[in-house]
Design a protein around this ligand. Structure first.
Ligand code: GSH
Length: 204
């Protein structure tokens, strides 16, 4: 298995899952700043030009964070990355989808890549402010979901790795996380899997 990743990108959550599983895997860094994801050889692996991308041992390739996370959880049941209960599983998928489709793509997308959301440079600050609003509203909802819990669906699951990477990004843009999210981030940063990944990605 090989994970294509960029340091500190959303792929960091999948990297954490691979460390939680503990089986051998390879990594290949994709330099997004230099546009490696738009060029061969990467586009032959993932023509969507995105990380995370997982090349499986059978030669097939899996893309999209929720699909990769779900596949890793279901193929490695011993790692206990999804609860057994169907309602809790669905809740984990719901949270993960919200984090990626809304907080990441809409909220942080506008803050990191404002130029992708407007043709006019004059509008970029407005776009960033809207992105911040979306992310803040998103964190408020995640904060409510974390109320009274250590992890999003009670015990650690794939949903926590997605929540982790947006919490981690909040520091880059100077956002203050609400209390339950701040505590969740600290809990995640204390996990040995996360500490190993931060070392490996040069972020420790
Ligand atoms: N929907 C994708 C989003 C992945 C994504 O946006 N990855 C970013 C890094 S955090 C990326 O590869 N960006 C490169 C680009 O869009 O140019 C998923 O769930 O995996």
């Amino acid at each position: 298995m090989k994970l294509y990743y960029a340091p500190g990108a959303c792929s960091i959550g999948i990297h954490v899952l691979l460390e939680e599983i503990g089986k051998p895997y390879e990594t290949e860094r994709v330099n997004l700043q230099q546009g490696e994801h738009f060029k061969p050889p990467f586009i032959a692996v993932n023509p969507k030009s995105k990380v995370p991308t997982l090349a499986k041992d059978d030669g097939s390739v899996l893309t999209e964070y929720p699909a990769i996370a779900y596949w890793l959880a279901k193929t490695n049941p011993f790692a206990d990355l999804l609860p057994d209960d169907i309602d809790a599983q669905a809740k984990a998928l719901e949270l993960m989808d919200y984090v990626i489709a809304t907080i990441h793509m809409q909220g942080f997308g506008r803050q990191f890549r404002s130029g992708n959301f407007t043709p006019s440079a004059a509008d970029e600050e407005t776009v960033k402010a809207r992105g911040r609003e979306i992310a803040e509203r998103g964190f408020a909802l995640i904060d409510a979901a974390l109320e009274g819990k250590e992890y999003a669906v009670g015990k650690f699951s794939i949903a926590d790795t997605a929540i982790f990477y947006v919490e981690f990004w909040s520091k880059r843009v100077g956002m203050t996380l609400p209390a339950n999210c701040a505590a969740h981030l600290e809990r995640m940063l204390a996990r040995p899997s996360v500490q190993r990944v931060l070392q490996q990605e040069g972020l420790a």
